[in-house]
Design a binder for this molecule. Structure first.
Ligand SMILES: Cc1cc2nc3c(=O)[nH]c(=O)nc-3n(C[C@H](O)[C@H](O)[C@H](O)COP(=O)(O)OP(=O)(O)OC[C@H]3O[C@@H](n4cnc5c(N)ncnc54)[C@H](O)[C@@H]3O)c2cc1C
Length: 324
């Protein structure tokens, strides 16, 4: 890795000051820095100004409103989310996903907002400048060719964030603040399936908070497969939320990560009302397969990742249905 390039750092104390600072061309948000700073040390990006969001008053607050909605400031650390008693009691899948990100020292600094907005990854991108230059760079950054899907006009770098799928199956929304004001976006709509531009945020917009509705009647869980269990991105990760009515699926939401350029919901409407048996399991596996697009973007093999994804989806549902 290189030493960090030169940039200016600002540390505003309010969201409106942060939005004003980010409106300037060449400015980018900085939160825990666990994703952004290693990337900058690899020569991936040349921001003129980093706007450190961690000094914003109330940016890390976690609260539950009178209507039971959980509000988590985007600056809350993953450690805080994973250990919060209210999150553990009522939205355990969120605590679980946060606790599975990277290693303990990362989670102490890494924020929820940074986790959602983290960059996409690829074996042809997360390399030193020297390595990438030897390859003629790539479509995601400084080059004009995708080495994963040659002749493609879009980048296929993969999104590997763990927390997004958990928020998606909880029907969570993101509060986005920018020069034009505040807007509320379903978490799934924060993402676009394009490796080089995978966020729907406009320049200058900041993710301010996440709003999670009460999940009464639902059970949910997240699981991931990674090369090193103590500290690693998901090769594939699946979150499932289930509502059961006797022997029938009364509600089912499935979201996946680690396989496509965005975390994606899997359509499951056709499974509602059915019992959970081998036939329904096969229908779920086929639905997951249809949405997934596993390509050679990690060192782990494509076939392995695809098999892992399908197996994790089924196993997760088995676990929720049987309660163990
Ligand atoms: C060894 C290693 C292992 C890792 N393993 C995992 C893993 O298992 N799972 C996983 O999900 N991630 C993993 N990561 C990636 C990263 O550590 C986490 O995603 C972390 O949560 C990023 O949060 P941060 O606050 O450090 O973000 P930063 O690095 O500060 O920011 C990340 C990106 O988000 C933008 N950003 C930050 N906050 C906001 C905001 N509020 N609004 C708009 N944009 C914002 C920044 O501009 C930047 O582009 C790993 C990283 C490393 C180095």
């Amino acid at each position: 890795m290189n030493i960090l390039p030169d940039f200016r750092t600002l540390r505003p104390a309010s969201l409106s000051d942060a939005v004003a600072a980010l409106a300037v061309p060449g400015a980018e948000p900085l939160a825990g820095g666990t994703d952004l700073l290693p990337n900058l040390r690899r020569g991936l990006g040349k921001p003129e100004t980093l706007v450190d969001l961690t000094g914003i008053t109330g940016f890390a607050a976690i609260s539950v409103g009178a209507d039971g909605t959980l509000r988590i400031g985007a600056g809350a650390t993953l450690e805080a989310v994973a250990e919060d008693a209210r999150v553990l009691a009522s939205w355990p899948v969120l605590a679980q996903a946060a606790s599975l990100v990277a290693g303990p020292s990362h989670r102490a600094a890494a924020t929820l907002g940074g986790n959602l907005c983290q960059d996409t990854r690829c074996v042809f991108y997360n390399q030193s400048e020297w390595w990438r230059s030897g390859n003629g760079f790539c479509l995601k950054y400084e080059g004009d060719k995708c080495h994963v899907v040659v002749k493609s006009d879009r980048c296929y770098a993969t999104y590997h964030g763990d927390v997004a799928p958990a928020l998606m199956v909880l029907n969570a929304s993101a509060e986005v603040v920018g020069p034009k004001g505040v807007r509320l976006v379903p978490v799934a709509d924060l993402f676009v399936e394009s490796g080089a531009a995978h966020l729907s945020l406009d320049h200058g917009e900041v993710l301010a908070a996440l709003l999670v509705p009460p999940a009464t009647g639902w059970t949910a869980a997240y699981s991931k497969v990674r090369v090193r269990d103590a500290i690693d991105f998901p090769l594939a990760g699946v979150a499932v939320a289930l509502k059961r009515d006797g022997n029938a699926i009364a509600g089912l939401r499935v979201a996946m990560t680690g396989t496509n350029s965005a975390p994606l919901m899997v359509p499951t409407d056709a499974l509602w009302g059915r019992p959970w048996n081998d036939e329904t399991a096969e229908a779920l596996v086929q639905a997951v397969r249809k949405v997934s697009n596993v390509l050679k973007t990690t060192v782990a093999g494509v076939k392995y990742r695809r098999r892992v994804l399908l197996a994790v989806a089924r196993r997760q549902m088995d676990y929720l249905w049987n309660g163990k």
